[in-house]
Design a protein around this ligand. Structure first.
Ligand code: HEC
Length: 126
């Protein structure tokens, strides 16, 4: 049952990426943000569904065990449902990368891009 769900999410991710790959190229309408806290701009993370699908599948594989299916946390694990009103994406990326107290460090386990996708997805949870 869990495996089926994960497979579905992975499939979604694949399709969503294909959609994003064709979606770029309108560079006249919106100027690129000059500064976003020292983070590299993330095509996938800002692309709505694509970022969500990738972030969800990363979350399910790496974070859900502690922070629960719906980000609700529980026990010693904090809820992440409103984490975006507490921290910005850069701060969240720092917590994921380096860990903190009972939170494991994901440096070397997730790529920088994966951490950025997760951080930006979580920063939007307000
Ligand atoms: C082994 C259990 C565990 C896993 C796996 C885990 N976390 Fe955590 N996480 C924690 C604990 C415990 C804390 C509280 C740390 C503290 O008190 O300083 C925390 C805190 C956080 C916070 C800060 C929340 C706040 O309100 O201060 C964020 C953001 C976070 N985790 C994101 C993630 C993400 C994203 C992943 C997956 C990449 C993840 N965590 C995986 C245990 C875990």
């Amino acid at each position: 049952m869990f495996k089926k769900g994960l497979l579905f999410v992975m499939l979604l991710t694949t399709f969503a990426f294909a959609a994003v790959a064709c979606g770029g190229g309108n560079d006249t309408s919106e100027p690129a943000p000059a500064e976003n806290g020292g983070q590299a701009p993330q095509e996938g993370a800002t692309g709505g569904d694509a970022g969500n699908a990738e972030a969800t599948s990363l979350y399910n594989a790496n974070c859900m065990a502690c922070h629960a299916t719906d980000l609700a946390g529980g026990g010693n694990f904090p809820s992440l449902q409103n984490v975006g009103s507490k921290y910005d994406a850069g701060e969240i990326a720092g917590i994921i990368t380096n860990g903190r107290n009972g939170m494991p460090a994901f440096q070397g386990k997730l790529t920088e891009d994966e951490i950025n996708v997760l951080s930006q997805w979580l920063a939007a949870k307000k």
